[in-house]
Design a protein around this ligand. Sequence first.
Ligand code: HPA
Length: 273
Amino acid sequence: MVDLNFKYKTLLDFLKKETPFTPDISIILGSGLGDFAEQLKINKTILTGKIPNYPASTVSGHKGKIHFAEYENKKIILFQGRIHFYEGYNINECIIPVFISHKLGAKNLLLTNAAGGINKNFVPGDLMLANSLNGILIKRELTDLIGLTNLAGKDNFISLPDPEFNEIIRQSAKAKGIKIKEGVYIYTKGPTYETPAEIRFFAKYGADAVGMSTVHEAVYSSYLGMKTAAISCITNFAAGISLQKLTHSEVTETADRVKDTFARLVKAIIKTL
Ligand code: HPA
């Protein structure tokens, strides 16, 4: 088990000095969804490159900025850029944004991501509330991270995501007239997109959307007692669902196309929380 308080002491000491307020909610923005930051009153921006020991963001569409922002009297810490396992980081580096959010006092965490649609009723541009998560491919690493094996019989069964938070998302979408789908998000380590055979396998086991983030962040935040929910932007048909070859630019282009709807939904959620 890794002692994150020790490992990230310098990083945290730096941020504690720089942080203008105690956030109510933390939001991690997925691939291509980073423009949401422009929708809020930004109080302060910290470049992650300036934070000691903060992993560098290597993916286009992930800016490497932490914003402290306000909306409707809510204080928000906003991660414009994510740390992925497929970039070569280990799991205790990938969850740094969750660790920071918790240490700075955020009680709520909204995870957003770009995902491939496995469910045949999904089309690129749909927003999906992840009403359940499948992290079977990352469980071993999580065990290392939080010592889950030592918790047998105690808090071993983390409830994911938070049913109350999910209901807030449903109601916020309804109030804004935004149609959202619901389904199971399955994590895959990457670094490549899946093969059609892998997608058929995931479909058989109940997955509706696939991506390379979120599940480990959600497991960790729930473990820390943060109210957690996740929204996927379906940016493409998963491999083999359509015959078209999948590219990262398709992912960012679709995310860009739905950014206004996504922003209206997330703002409504912040207001309601
Ligand atoms: N697979 C994995 N990750 C993704 C996808 C996908 O199809 N689309 C966006 N992120």
